[in-house]
Design a binder for this molecule. Structure first.
Ligand code: MRU
Length: 349
């Protein structure tokens, strides 16, 4: 299994995704500020990986604290959570992961639990969230595999794979599960400008797993759909609003419209913690704006003229009406999503 991130006695170890596919190197974060830098600089990325990293960031912050009293530790935990929450705004999993550790901490602190015991328990929870991410994605994969055809080409955008999670992946987990079930699936991966998650990461992890993969430029998807070459589209998600509108990597929205036009099912695969029932619709999802340099430069070289204006939104929102199904570890959601999401949330409450 690809070790995207890992809790170790020395700190949290991250596969440096900015260096892939040329180099497989690791970055060790030994305090919460370093974990925040890893998330902000996209050394680790992808909603599920960001969520568990946020949890591990809070846990390492508490573990390494020298606070002698609960009031002192309370103030530090506020600062740790705020610092980690300020790294990336769109993937709701980050706030979920931070919240999981924060909630446990609050309970333990309110009960005046001895600080060494608090440290031990928050680290144990962060490690459990890591394990649960992988087991949830395997369940999700099993649900999603049923939806894919027995054979055919599946288009994906960005990287919703093992690298975007603690392992296995969401969209790529569905593809892995379908292949494990004997389906003859091959993958078309959009390159996913400007950060090239498709070209660098999806292609890397699928080829490593011997899954037949063809890389295409983002602007080629419509061409291949019009030629009848794509059987289905499957993508991950960074935040799903209560009505099913889905924020995912920039370019996903265009692919969803192309799929609709060509009568191709467009699936979203995401663990339930990606659904943000507190956000009513997609227009309320905060969209991260990233540095102009991601567009003006390619591998350190400037490729655009000085003085040109740049816009670089990292995500867009696919309206629920373009989504055939949302696949979670708790089952498959269908339209009307407002109702199916509410029902699933109520069942789990
Ligand atoms: O900017 P990134 O690389 O963190 O964006 C990742 C994506 O958009 C993925 O498709 C998304 O997180 C779903 S997979 C967890």
């Amino acid at each position: 299994m690809i070790p995207t991130l890992e809790w170790t006695p020395e700190g949290v170890s991250f596969l440096d995704q900015t260096k892939l596919p040329q180099q497989e190197t690791y970055v060790l974060a030994t305090d919460y500020k370093q974990v925040a830098t890893v998330i902000r600089d996209m050394i680790t990325r992808g909603a599920m990986a960001i969520g568990v990293s946020g949890a591990m960031g809070v846990a390492i912050g508490i573990q390494r604290s020298t606070a002698a009293t609960i009031p002192q530790l309370n103030a530090e935990v506020d600062e740790i959570c705020a610092h980690l929450a300020a790294t990336r705004p769109t993937a709701v999993n980050l706030f979920w992961g931070i919240g999981q550790i924060r909630d446990l901490y609050n309970q333990l602190a309110a009960a005046n639990t001895p600080i060494p015991e608090i440290k031990q328990q928050v680290v144990a929870l962060a490690r459990r969230l890591y394990d649960e991410d992988i087991s949830n994605l395997r369940k999700l994969g099993a649900f999603g595999a049923e939806l894919l055809p027995d054979e055919g080409t599946i288009l994906t955008h960005c990287n919703a794979g093992a690298l975007a999670a603690c392992g296995y992946g969401s969209a790529l987990g569905v593809i892995r599960a379908a292949i494990e079930n004997g389906k003859k699936i091959d993958v078309f991966a959009d390159e996913t400008r400007p950060f090239n998650q498709g070209a660098r990461l999806t292609a890397w992890e699928l080829v490593k797993d011997n899954i037949p993969t063809t890389l295409i430029c983002d602007n080629m998807a419509g061409h291949f759909m019009s030629k009848g070459r794509i059987a289905a589209v499957i993508v991950g998600a960074d935040r799903i609003a209560a009505n099913g509108d889905t924020a995912n990597k920039i370019g996903t929205y265009s692919v969803s419209i192309l799929a609709k036009e060509h009568g191709i099912p467009f699936y979203v695969a995401a663990p339930f913690n990606t659904i943000d029932t507190a956000t009513a619709s997609g227009d309320l999802i905060p969209i991260e704006q990233r540095a102009a340099r991601e567009i003006t430069h390619y591998q350190g070289n400037q490729v655009t003229p000085d003085g040109v204006n740049i816009e670089n939104p990292a995500f867009d929102v696919t309206p629920a009406k373009y989504i055939a199904a949302i696949i979670t570890e708790r089952g498959v959601l269908r339209a009307p999503f407002s109702e199916s999401i509410r029902a699933m949330a109520e069942r789990s409450a």
